[in-house]
Design a protein around this ligand. Structure first.
Ligand SMILES: Cc1cc2nc3c(=O)[nH]c(=O)nc-3n(C[C@H](O)[C@H](O)[C@H](O)COP(=O)(O)OP(=O)(O)OC[C@H]3O[C@@H](n4cnc5c(N)ncnc54)[C@H](O)[C@@H]3O)c2cc1C
Length: 487
């Protein structure tokens, strides 16, 4: 059969490979001039920056893509385990290293609050129980039938999936700083820890189970090797192909219409473009399932991201590969970002320093960085063109006053991505970082189904569909679609 995959994020690439492994004739079309979606890379004169994902969890999912063709990932890629996984710096003076060695972590917790050692161990055990249901049983299984949802609802209720991640963590830990350290995980997939279902506490168990890795050469090296794998196996890749519309006949997608390019007829269409974009742009709101209509209109969106890319002449050796810089407010700041949608004076930062592991990211011997700050998505009334330079200055100043002394004299080649760029580059509604938010009422059956409810040959992969955002989520979504199509 002829299969067309629209969009080349990890969800699209994984689908193209899975469909090829099933023997189909596969074409992957991408709007941009290179593949990878959010996992693209910016190559500057002296510095290289991964644009999006940096943290590899569940590395087995990448291995599986090579194993589909009896190949071994290790012949092409080098995944290096990181230690520490994340270093936390709080402006209130609190510091914590989230490390793979459990004893080292427990001894840090003991110094902070003795009773939280026992609390942490109980929390980890519960997170592992949640992982067994939320990840092992559900993450790569089809969820487009309500009967599946009904079957798992009692287990989700038993695990208290209705409470938030922050509430879950707080029921085990007393120290407020530790509560923040262990409840930020939903932000990695676009959710407010105070509103995201505690099912997402499974991320903590997932990190503990497989560890956290960095791919030498960065995520772009992973994309590059998957690109070569697709070419070796005969996937046709067409970049600079922006889908404009679907031609439909009854409940079938007949052909895919592009901007300035010939249409493609296809037996199966797999969309890695955002499901809302499919409804509003490709289908022009013609026949759209009620489910998708409701999500497009009332769906709660993930946050926007403000990302500053820069290099430094000097090396900041004390900064870990992944550093989380926590500002003075937590709950209130998240409320400003997710609910009030206003740009607050304060912020928190995720700092990526790939040169801690791979010096090829800075050819001058210095450091390559990106500083990522969660901000309101474009539903907020912020003029980013007007605001971005001053906002970036504030963030750089805060880093200079704390963990990166003399940054003002060391920094060079700075450039910025705002939610406007996310909207423009990836056709992401409201310029969000992660599509719709991972709240319980938008998860599993309640999220856009991987198989369209109306069009028989239309399927969805990527952050906006089940199981959701994050690299493991979107790669799993391709497995789900494979299972639906091939039984
Ligand atoms: C800054 C940042 C940091 C992140 N960090 C991490 C991390 O460390 N670890 C992690 O696991 N996750 C991380 N994530 C989340 C993760 O990157 C994403 O959830 C995931 O990569 C999204 O993959 P996707 O398959 O949904 O496709 P996307 O990467 O969103 O790609 C979709 C593709 O579809 C294309 N497209 C859209 N419309 C059209 C059209 N009309 N025609 C043709 N093509 C179209 C787009 O151009 C794009 O290439 C991060 C995200 C961001 C933004």
């Amino acid at each position: 059969m002829k299969v067309t995959v629209i969009g080349s994020g990890f969800g699209g690439i994984s689908s193209a490979l899975r469909m090829k492994a099933r023997g189909h004739e596969v074409t992957l079309v991408e709007k941009l001039d290179k593949i990878g979606g959010r996992a693209q890379q910016f190559k500057r004169e002296k510095y290289i920056h991964d644009a999006g994902p940096t943290v590899i969890t569940a590395p087995n999912l990448f291995y599986e893509l090579f194993e589909l063709f009896d190949e071994n990932l290790e012949d092409y890629l080098n995944f290096v385990p990181l230690d520490p996984w994340y270093s936390f710096y709080f402006v209130n003076g609190f510091e914590f290293d989230y490390v793979p060695n459990k004893d080292k972590m427990l001894s840090q917790i003991e110094k902070i609050n003795f009773s939280d050692v026992d609390g942490y161990l109980r929390m980890l055990k519960k997170a592992q129980e949640i992982f067994e249901i939320g990840y092992t049983k559900l993450a790569d299984k089809p969820f487009h039938k309500f009967t599946t949802m009904a079957r798992y609802t009692p287990e989700i209720i038993k695990l208290k999936g209705y409470q938030s991640v922050y509430k879950f963590v707080s029921s085990y830990l007393k120290d407020e700083n530790l509560r923040q350290v262990f409840s930020i995980q939903p932000l990695l997939v676009g959710g407010n820890p105070f509103q995201t279902s505690s099912i997402y506490a499974l991320i903590h168990a997932l990190e503990q189970k497989w560890g956290i890795y960095f791919a030498m050469g960065g995520m772009a090296k992973v994309v590059d090797e998957l690109h070569k794998l697709m070419i070796r196996k005969g996937v046709v890749i067409k970049t600079n192909h922006q889908v404009e519309e679907f031609e439909t006949a009854g409940n079938q997608i007949k052909s895919i219409i592009f901007k300035d390019k010939s249409p493609i007829k296809s037996d199966i269409v797999i969309s890695n473009a955002d499901p809302v974009t499919v409804s509003t742009h490709f289908l022009k709101n013609r026949k759209v399932s009620l489910h998708n209509k409701i999500l497009a209109k009332y769906g709660k969106q993930s946050m926007g991201l403000f990302v500053i890319f820069f290099g430094t002449r000097a090396k900041y050796k004390k900064i870990a590969h992944h550093t989380i810089w926590m500002g003075p407010r937590y709950r209130e700041l998240l409320n400003d970002i997710f609910n009030k949608k206003i740009l607050a004076d304060d912020f928190s930062i995720y700092l990526h320093r790939p040169t801690a592991t791979d010096q090829s990211f800075a050819t001058n011997g210095g450091d390559s960085f990106y500083a990522l700050v969660p901000v309101p998505n474009l539903q907020g009334d912020i003029d980013w063109d007007d605001t971005k330079d001053e906002y970036a200055k504030k963030i750089i100043k805060a880093l200079g006053q704390t963990i990166m002394p003399d940054i003002e004299n060391q920094i060079e080649d700075l450039f910025i991505m705002t939610p406007n760029d996310f909207k423009e580059n990836y056709m992401t509604p409201h310029g969000t970082g992660f599509s719709i938010a991972p709240i319980l009422s938008q998860s599993a059956w309640f999220r856009t189904h991987n198989k369209d409810d109306y069009y028989n040959n239309l399927f969805y992969v990527g952050a906006g569909t089940h199981p959701g955002a994050g690299v493991p989520g979107v790669i799993n979504s391709a497995k789900v679609v494979d299972r639906i199509i091939h039984g």
